[in-house]
Design a protein around this ligand. Structure first.
Ligand code: NAI
Length: 370
């Protein structure tokens, strides 16, 4: 099989590595000549670190590098069975790439977009064969992260979905189907992990207490350490993007504490200071369990809202959050652990104590309410 990749930045090169490591020929391009020219050396560097760890031999590295074919133009990419675009996050650029590609591809070839925030249906609009387009959302770094979200739009042909799924699974990934909705599964269902922690911060709790409570509940990193790792600026952009896509619903409220943190410049590891970085969290506070329950209850509710909208399953959502965010358990596993009554009581109490503009943040999802 031959896989096409358009865009050889952070994601495109990582996805190229995934398929080349799985034995596929990868035909790839980028609009920037320098990015094209440096791609083989950048891939060689990435593979070299695996050789150094003993995870790959020199001979395997050489074979993988030989499977990467760099081409000058998007039109040179065919013939391929599946083409994945990972160009800049701009609708008109993605549409233009696909329209250039379509002309040379076999009618049964599959087109995939790695978009993280655009609608797959919007990208399909204007294509000659919109039924061949799917979303294949890889996570960063693509060679390391096992999860890939698979997103059909209303007109995607079932066989296009099957081909995209099989090729991605054959490259060692866990593929979880989800609906063409803002944030797909992970970027949407993660929101309360940060949001509820920020709400508590605004109520006077410290980032250290909240992180320590989540770590005591089994999370590898607390919400603030995770924001520091990602960058508060990136987290703010993701939160604002989702809030806008959801018409400013209070479940996606952009907390002032996050905006102020970005304005202060202390955006995390990359600025050497964040909400908690470079410190470690203190011992958990006495009410650590209540803090963790509050965050998990809102994670359950968001996941239940997503489930009620169709296109995903409880186990798919659980797997996506465990693989995409390293959570020790998914939201529906949290539901089983705490029990429906406890979750409902927890969010009812949050609604009771919330300021008026945040009250509907805690409205229980249809499938959750008795
Ligand atoms: P990047 O900026 O590292 O790479 C984008 C590449 O696309 C650049 O090398 C650029 O020269 C190239 N490009 C731009 N227009 C082009 C065109 N018309 N034809 C060919 N190449 C073109 O961006 P990154 O981070 O790799 O993101 C790419 C896509 O993946 C975006 O849609 C992004 O939303 C998505 N994504 C990003 C993740 C991340 O953590 N960075 C995670 C998951 C998805």
């Amino acid at each position: 099989m031959t896989i096409g990749i358009i865009g050889l930045g952070a994601m495109g090169l990582g996805i190229a590595q995934v398929f080349a490591q799985a034995g596929q020929t990868v035909r790839a391009t980028d609009a920037n000549p320098e990015t094209r020219a440096t791609a083989p050396a950048r891939l060689a560097d990435a593979l070299q670190s695996r050789v150094a760890k003993g995870a790959m031999t020199e001979a395997e590295k050489t074979a993988i590098l030989q499977r990467l074919v760099i081409l000058e133009r998007v039109e040179d990419i065919p013939p391929t069975h599946l083409v994945i675009e990972a160009v800049v996050e701009r609708l008109e650029v993605k549409r233009q790439v696909f329209s250039l590609l379509e002309q040379g591809l076999a009618p049964d070839a599959v087109l995939a977009t790695n978009t993280s925030s655009l609608s797959v249906a919007a990208i399909a609009e204007g294509l000659h064969r919109p039924e061949r387009l799917v979303g294949l959302h890889f996570f960063n770094p693509a060679p390391v992260m096992r999860l890939v979200e698979l997103i059909p739009h209303a007109g995607t042909a079932p066989d296009a979905l099957t081909i995209a799924r099989h090729l991605t699974e054959a490259a060692g990934k866990t593929v979880i189907p989800c609906a063409d909705r803002p944030g797909f599964i992970v970027n949407r269902c993660a929101r309360p992990f940060y949001g509820e922690a920020l709400a508590m911060l605004e109520e006077g709790r410290s980032p250290g207490e909240i992180d320590a409570a989540m770590m005591a509940a089994g999370y590898r990193l607390g919400p603030f350490a995770l924001i520091d790792l990602i960058g508060a600026d990136i987290n703010l952009a993701a939160t604002e993007g989702l809030s806008a896509a959801m018409d400013g619903h209070p479940r996606y409220h952009v907390f002032g504490a996050l905006k102020r943190q970005v304005a202060s410049g202390h955006i995390g590891r990359k600025s050497l200071k964040g909400f908690i970085f470079p410190d470690s969290p203190p011992p958990p506070p006495d009410d650590a369990e209540a803090i963790a329950l509050r965050i998990e209850a809102t994670l359950v509710n968001e996941a239940a809202w997503l489930l009620s909208e169709g296109g995903s399953t409880e186990s798919g959502i659980d797997t996506a959050l465990k693989l995409g965010l390293n959570f020790p358990r998914g939201p529906f596993e949290c539901l089983a652990r705490h029990g429906r009554a406890t979750i409902l009581q927890t969010i009812a109490k949050l609604a009771e104590n919330a300021p008026p503009h945040l009250q509907t943040r805690y409205t229980p999802a249809p499938g959750l309410a008795p």
